[in-house]
Design a protein around this ligand. Sequence first.
Ligand SMILES: Nc1nc2c(c(=O)[nH]1)N[C@@H](CN(C=O)c1ccc(C(=O)N[C@@H](CCC(=O)O)C(=O)O)cc1)CN2
Length: 293
Amino acid sequence: MNEQSTRAAAPADQYVLTLSCPDKQGIVHAVSSYLFMTGCNIEDSQQFGDHDTGLFFMRVHFSAEAPVSVDKLRASFAAIGDAFHMDWQIHRAEDRMRIVLMVSKFGHCLNDLLFRARIGALPVEIAAVVSNHTDFAELVGSYDIPFHHIPVTKDTKSEAEARLLELVRELDVELVVLARYMQVLSDDLCKQLSGRIINIHHSFLPSFKGAKPYHQAHARGVKLIGATAHYVTADLDEGPIIEQEVERVGHDVTPDQLVAIGRDVECQALARAVKWHAERRILLNGRRTVVFA
Ligand SMILES: Nc1nc2c(c(=O)[nH]1)N[C@@H](CN(C=O)c1ccc(C(=O)N[C@@H](CCC(=O)O)C(=O)O)cc1)CN2
């Protein structure tokens, strides 16, 4: 084999196409033909046809040999999207997603996400951290990330949410991560940011929704505890599940020991969910998700 054939091709511009649409014959053919005719090369392709909902889901990571703008790709793909009634997006794969983290009094998930982002383990840019308390202002400041203290009472919740929305727009943020943020979000905010808020619930849903799930689990004598990362909807802890993690526990654990054991599974589940969302690997399928991990 000569040297020429072993040399990797120069890195071309990388893109991700995601789509969902009513399932029918010809979708993969239409997409792959479009990419071929546009001078693009498929690097990775995953698809799923859901017989329950009759919907088809696809995620294609592709490269363009010649430089092409994402706007031009979107403009030229629109005809295929229309023909198959697709809900579709095309993004540059290298672009890091801008996100906001929210926290209350438990900082383990915040700390974990800050560090993972700092070392490049998450393809995100943390634009700000928002909290209804000041406990983690110093930690966030140590990462040179803006910290916004937005106190919340039942009388100030709507103003607090208005300020959050203002930040999301000002900072051009795509995702809000509730890293143990312990305030119930209003129906209106959930609607405005539908599919763009991820929460970590500290139980293996659908068990133990609501407050103090580890105490509920202890009272039930469970042998497994868990954590669930899910999209936030108006129905508390009922949003589409993205990722779950569990840990075995013995008969002699106390509620405080469950809280301590649970920290790691919460961090693992949330970090995976944020990474997959930022890599555009998650598609909504009604009350469920399709995850092309
Ligand atoms: N609309 C939604 N809001 C939130 C969700 C959700 O799924 N939909 N997830 C929660 C997180 N959460 C459990 O994981 C949770 C947080 C807070 C509460 C709660 O009862 N909070 C009280 C205030 C508590 C306090 O001040 O310490 C309240 O909001 O009145 C229950 C569950 C995040 N929000």
